[in-house]
Design a protein around this ligand. Structure first.
Ligand code: SD4
Length: 323
């Protein structure tokens, strides 16, 4: 019997509906299940950032407000050399910032290659809330920020300038992730109303090419959140993360039943399988709506801050390569 296009569409719609009933139910359960409030963020400097976010959570603010306020602590801290003010510059001595923000309902906003604005995460939130777009970049992002009332500032600290001059004097043309170069903050939180949100903000790889954009402002790469499942953030060499659409991959693996740690490990293994990972660091951090959290990195050294039940802990991530 010949089947026409309309029949085909009808049949496939029916089979999709049939297949997706358990998924829909699981998603509904996750949404209603009261997950415990939690905040996680990448690296050691996530500790004060988590504490700020937790203050918001216990005062019944939204996860979105909490993660924005949390990562702003790192953005404003001149000692954090890969985020906001004090971030190491690019090859030309210019500090350029990338950031994105996302809610569990799927709203998101992002800025990339933004210069002179200390809090790119707040500009990303404005992009999400005040425009019909998701990403603004470079000069356009700066003009938008100024119109929204943000002030232009010099983000290159004396210390960062000194480090750039030392790097330049060595004549080293490449930027790599090593102990000095890995402080992007990615944060995920669940609030008391079971809402989930995430943020990711960075000055990117130190000594990158002028104009280079990493994974951190790219929804699905540096950050992904879905209130049916959970959320994930990435840190490390952005090029490696983008190639596997890392954070989206982690969330989709959790949707299929992987725990957060297993999902992060699988994403790391995919990177290791196909890419040249010599000297490279990448880490993923994830939470799900069943009160689980976990991380996994290519190499030793990745840590994350966990705040739950009013306590903040610094956790060591598991890793793939024994050196
Ligand atoms: C980037 N992923 O721009 C960022 C850098 C980073 O920890 O995470 N450093 O590629």
């Amino acid at each position: 019997m010949k089947s026409n296009r309309r029949d085909f569409l009808k049949k496939s719609a029916l089979s999709t509906a049939a297949l997706s009933i358990p998924t829909v139910l699981a998603a509904e359960t996750a949404r209603r299940m009261p997950a415990k409030p939690v905040v996680v963020s990448t690296w050691n400097h996530g500790m004060p950032a988590n504490k700020e976010a937790w203050d918001y959570i216990i005062n019944d603010r939204t996860a979105l407000d909490a993660i924005e306020a949390g990562v702003k602590i790192s953005e404003a801290d001149p000692r954090v050399s890969s985020v906001g003010y004090g971030g190491f510059p690019d090859r030309d001595g210019k500090v350029s910032l990338d950031a994105c923000i996302m809610t569990g309902e799927g709203d998101c906003g992002s800025v990339s290659f933004l210069q002179h604005i200390k809090h790119p995460i707040s500009v990303a939130r404005k992009v999400m809330e005040e425009t019909e777009h998701i990403m603004l970049s470079g000069e356009g992002a700066l003009q938008f920020a100024l119109k929204q009332g943000f002030q232009m500032e010099n983000l290159l600290t004396e210390e960062a300038k000194k480090r750039w001059e030392i790097w330049k004097a060595k004549g080293n043309p490449r930027s790599i992730i090593n102990g000095d170069n890995h402080d992007t903050i990615g944060m995920l939180a669940i609030d008391r109303q079971n809402r989930i949100a995430g943020a990711c903000t960075t000055s990117g790889l130190a000594w990158k090419m002028h104009g280079r954009v990493g994974d951190s402002p790219i929804i699905g790469a540096g950050l992904y959140v879905d209130d049916e499942v959970g959320g994930a953030v990435a840190t490390g060499v952005g090029e490696a993360v983008i190639k596997v659409v890392g954070s989206f991959l982690v969330v989709e693996l959790m949707r299929q039943g992987f725990s957060p740690e297993e999902a992060c490990a699988e994403a790391i293994e995919r990177i290791a399988k196909k890419q040249n990972i010599d000297g490279m660091q990448v880490g993923f951090l994830a939470i799900n709506k069943s009160n689980q959290h976990g991380a996994f990195a290519l190499r030793k050294g990745f840590q994350y801050a966990l705040t739950i039940d009013n306590e903040t802990y610094l956790k060591d991530s598991k890793y793939l390569i024994e050196e």
